[in-house]
Design a protein around this ligand. Structure first.
Ligand code: PLP
Length: 443
């Protein structure tokens, strides 16, 4: 019985490798009917029931997508259908309902593979989010490869999720953390990065798109440089996967981490992409059911990757909902989303720049979806509170990226983070809201 189930899973996961090729190749393989050629983003906005409400007497303007994006009705319906009619545990039941749930849950792996263009389904590890994905690599890869004096390179603009797990494993193994500085315009100092690289470098872990500044980092170049020294590369893709096509074979990174709830999916589910050659060698990170081959009190042997990393009953509904989110985004087209958001973020930048006293934190050449700013005389939380009174949701604070705020000598910023369902009208409302907030302060 155990053998049957393991065989079933093995065959469900192991398929022909999918070789390189751009994301546009993937779209060209999709049936034409599933591609919207000229996207009507105003119509798409209606897919999100949550946006159609008043907050504090004003129509909601949701500009906190960096924290969590909203969910289209199709994804919510998929979750609802699963909970009402399809729920059973996965990977362990011989009965029909369990097999159906397993099929639907494993289908997500195939969809994610296509979405980020990994070679194999078994390079897709299910986690609970970006944070969990990075902890997995730090613990498993780190305990296998790091030793005293080895170096882990991070950047000054990392989210805490891509700092703290490395500090914890560095403390255990004696590895040392080195930091790529950030220039005044919010871009990485690539010359400094090159000078940090050496034979001692075992891991380079950097953010693809900064959640605090919006900077898009040159991850392909960063990866190629690290590989010249034999170092592995992890990319934190939490803020990139929802906003642009991502092709992990093209980047050639060793690991790529992201979260479903920032890409129109449910909370509690995330992905770790890892090259097969790494995952096959890496020890499990958590023990329990599902991740084993045989268990006795004398000896336990482990399942194959990626199942080896997925102990216990997983977030089944969230996994299935994530497949619906991937379908939804794929149907709009990530290239269309990227183009639309670029136009919107540029409009936002130009409009906000006109506001007296407003100062952007980070003015990178390549920016995605994030506008982060301060007023020297007004605390960000006051701006955020007053915007909320006008129905405008933004994030204020350090955005879980304290080192980069310290670099710019500010305790907090106000961050408007966009998604494809935002409009120019949302930006205009934000500008009005900021002027309203400013009117409470004299300077
Ligand atoms: N990395 C970045 C760049 C983020 O923006 C976030 C969340 O805001 C994370 C990591 C952590 O993601 P999660 O909380 O979904 O694990």
């Amino acid at each position: 019985m155990t053998v049957l189930i393991i065989n079933y899973l093995y065959h469900a996961l192991f398929e022909q490798p999918h070789r390189g090729g751009s994301i546009s190749n993937i779209y060209s393989q999709m049936p034409q009917s599933s591609i919207i050629s000229k996207v009507d983003f105003d119509k798409i906005r209606k897919d999100f029931p949550v946006l159609d409400q008043k907050v504090n007497g004003h129509p909601l303007v949701y500009l906190d997508n960096g924290a969590s994006s909203q969910m289209p009705a199709k994804v919510a319906d998929r979750l609802d259908h699963y909970h009402r009619y399809e729920h059973a545990n996965v990977h362990r039941g011989i009965h029909t309902l369990s097999q159906k749930a397993t099929d639907a849950y494993e289908e997500t792996r195939r969809k994610i593979r296509g979405f980020i263009n990994s070679r194999y389904n078994e390079e897709i590890v299910y986690t609970t989010g970006t944070t969990d994905s990075i902890n997995l690599v730090a613990n498993s890869f780190g305990s296998l490869h790091f030793k005293e004096g080895d170096e882990i390179i991070l950047s000054q603009m990392e989210h805490h999720a891509n700092i703290v797990p490395w500090q914890m494993i560095a403390e255990k193994t004696g590895a040392v953390i080195r930091v790529i500085p950030v220039l005044d315009n919010g871009e990485l100092d690539m010359e400094a990065y090159k000078s940090l690289l050496s034979k001692k470098t075992k891991m380079v872990a950097v953010i693809h798109v900064s959640n605090a500044l919006g900077t898009v980092n040159p991850v392909k170049e960063i990866t190629a440089l690290a590989h010249e020294f034999g170092a592995a590369v992890l990319i934190d893709g939490a803020q990139s996967v929802p906003h642009q096509p991502v092709d992990v074979q093209d980047i050639d990174c060793d690991f790529y981490a992201f979260s479903a709830h920032k890409m129109c999916g449910p909370t509690g589910f995330g992905i770790l992409y890892g090259k097969k050659e790494h995952l096959d060698q890496m020890p499990p990170y958590r023990g329990g059911g599902d991740m084993i081959d045989k268990v006795s009190f004398e000896e336990t042997t482990y399942n194959v990757a990626p199942l080896r990393f997925e102990a216990g009953t997983p977030p089944i509904a969230a996994g299935i909902g994530t497949a619906a989110a991937v379908d939804y985004l794929t149907q709009i087209g990530m290239k269309n989303i990227a183009e639309h958001e670029q136009e919107l973020v540029q409009y936002g930048y130009e409009q906000l720049k006109k506001i007296e006293g407003l100062r952007f934190i980070g003015e990178p050449e390549h920016r995605a979806s994030v506008l982060s700013f301060v007023f020297d005389e007004i605390h960000a939380s006051d701006i955020g509170t007053l915007l909320d009174k006008r129905g405008i949701a933004v994030r204020t604070g350090h955005h879980c990226a304290q080192p980069i705020l310290r670099r710019f000598d500010v305790p907090a910023t106000t961050r408007a983070s966009l998604s494809f369902y935002n409009t120019r009208e949302d930006i205009d409302r934000l500008v009005d809201g900021i002027e309203y907030a400013k009117s409470f302060f004299e300077f």
